[in-house]
Ligand binder design. Sequence first.
Ligand code: UDP
Length: 328
Amino acid sequence: MRAVITGGAGFLGSHLCEKLLDDSWDVLCVDNLVTGAEQNISHLLANQHFRVQKHDASLYIDVPGPVDYVLHFASPASPVDYARLPIQTLKVGALGTHNSLGLAMAKKAKFLLASTSECYGDPLVSPQPETYWGNVNPIGPRGVYDEAKRYAEAMTMAYHRWHGVDTRIVRIFNTYGPRMRLNDGRALPNFIYQALTGAPITVYGDGSQTRSFCYVSDLIEGIYRLMQSDEHLPTNIGNPREITILEFAQQVKTLTGSASEIVFKPLPQDDPKQRCPDITKARTILSWEPRVTLEEGLRVTLDYFKAQIEEMKRGQGQRGGGEQKTKS
Ligand code: UDP
């Protein structure tokens, strides 16, 4: 079996490459490295079943030879990243999805779209089932991501219904683990970096907004099962344990034994007030549910970030100073 994974050098894409290689697939990773990183896949380069094509999925994707599965994971995915890359985010969700679907159709391959809980916007229903249509501000700062992914879902269903392409759609909720970028601006890397360096932990708003954090190995297992299922409609994959952002900041502070103070900063526009997946469907049709607790997952992630910070300090030492800034 041969898979093409767009965004294969990103946080989730690289874990997916690894999973399929472990299962004896051939994998072609297509990534323009705008938010992905060579470092995420450097350990896979020696594997003869792994290839990398540095390419922007928003442009025509040329892949010689047979392909069995196209998995479209390319996109900036943190609110800070898609705010600084708004046009690229819209293009990779729209044109990138169209190109990836075209590739799947030409190769008679199956297709999986990495969609998002952002399709639900700032939800008025919680937990969010797949049947909820969402509450999205199309022209707000998050609209570039939300609407790109909603378009991507519509395009995927159109290719399925009109061209008969064998498609899947996963709606991914907040996921964390090794290979998240330390400076991607999201709550978890920010909090861990701030806690480890003694900087103030920046909670936006009053911290009463909720998120539900899924460890990356659980997410990848859910996606792997969805790939093998016959389900064409969107399926939520995430961890239903909901926590406020303030509680989350306190948990990171406790786990790291940090003396950092928690400070409050303005809440970004359209920041969803609650987010929690209803995973009844994944439980029923995929027999899937998350296994890794937040405590366990955070410990592994913390070790990863500690190593990253050490590496960064060594690099700065060699270059003679400089300071890493988190986006806050
Ligand atoms: N957040 C925060 N401090 C930070 C970064 C994020 O309080 O330094 C909040 C953010 O406003 C949101 C939540 O944490 O309510 C999760 O944000 P993140 O960027 O991780 O992802 P999102 O779930 O919004 O896509």
